[in-house]
Design a protein around this ligand. Structure first.
Ligand code: CA
Length: 232
């Protein structure tokens, strides 16, 4: 059961969100301003906050900053609802600490998909699930990687890179996206550093044939494709 806090001053939009999410099993709380939302946040733990940008009184943007600063890493993920399609506003929204944004008007289906994705992404970080693909195994609790049962020796960067790939299979990422996700937004790391670490990671995975899972996507970057079998 996932609990979501909606901070939105327009009743019609709150209603639309409720009709979308309640049948999908989410438990909802609603506030139409930052003050009421603050009170609810003190009472319950939430899995996600849907935050309207334009709120009366304290704006959604300011309130997002406040929540993220106060709670640091333990804050629930925040999806910002915005009527502004402008690119610079989106950047500002994400800079405030929001995890994603949805531009109004949005469809119920889009809303449900984005919520699911953000909650899933967040729970990967929190619970740090162990993952396995055909004998390639990674266990974040033990910080252990095994290849067909044999422990592999990875540097922290290679380990983080592999965990990122294994938790996001079958999706192509640019070098810059990989840097963001694995090294963090503020890392002063050049894009070709990604290539260096990919090369090392492939070398480590070669004895078991799992190097074939890390594929170069021409003109884009890299993709982890665990179905690609290479027999050794
Ligand atoms: Ca509003």
């Amino acid at each position: 059961m996932k609990r979501i806090l909606i901070v939105e001053d327009e009743p019609e939009i709150r209603e639309m969100i409720r009709f979308t999410l309640e049948p999908r099993g989410y438990v909802l709380s609603e506030a139409d301003n930052a003050q009421d939302a603050r009170r609810l946040l003190g009472k319950h733990a939430y899995d996600l906050i849907l935050m309207d940008w334009m709120l009366p009184g304290r704006s959604g943007l300011e309130f997002t900053k406040e929540i993220k600063q106060k709670n640091q890493k333990s804050s629930p993920p925040i999806i910002m609802l915005t009527a502004r399609a402008d690119e610079s506003d989106k950047v500002e929204g994400l800079d405030s600490g929001a995890d994603d944004y949805i531009t109004k008007p949005f469809s119920p289906r889009e809303l449900a998909a984005r919520i699911k994705a953000v909650i899933r992404r967040n729970s990967h970080i929190e619970q740090a699930l162990s993952l396995e693909f055909n004998g390639l195994y990674i266990d974040p609790v033990q910080h252990l990687v095994t290849l067909q049962g044999d422990p592999a020796n990875l540097s922290p960067a290679e380990y983080n890179l592999l965990y990122f790939f294994m938790s996001h299979p079958d999706r192509a990422y640019t070098r810059s996206q990989i840097l963001d996700k694995v090294w963090g937004d503020n890392a002063y790391v050049e894009e070709r550093t990604v290539d260096v670490h990919i090369r090392r990671l492939r070398k480590i995975l070669t004895p078991s044939g799992h190097d074939a899972y890390i594929q170069t996507v021409r003109g884009v970057g890299y993709r982890f494709t665990p179905t690609k079998q290479k027999h050794v």
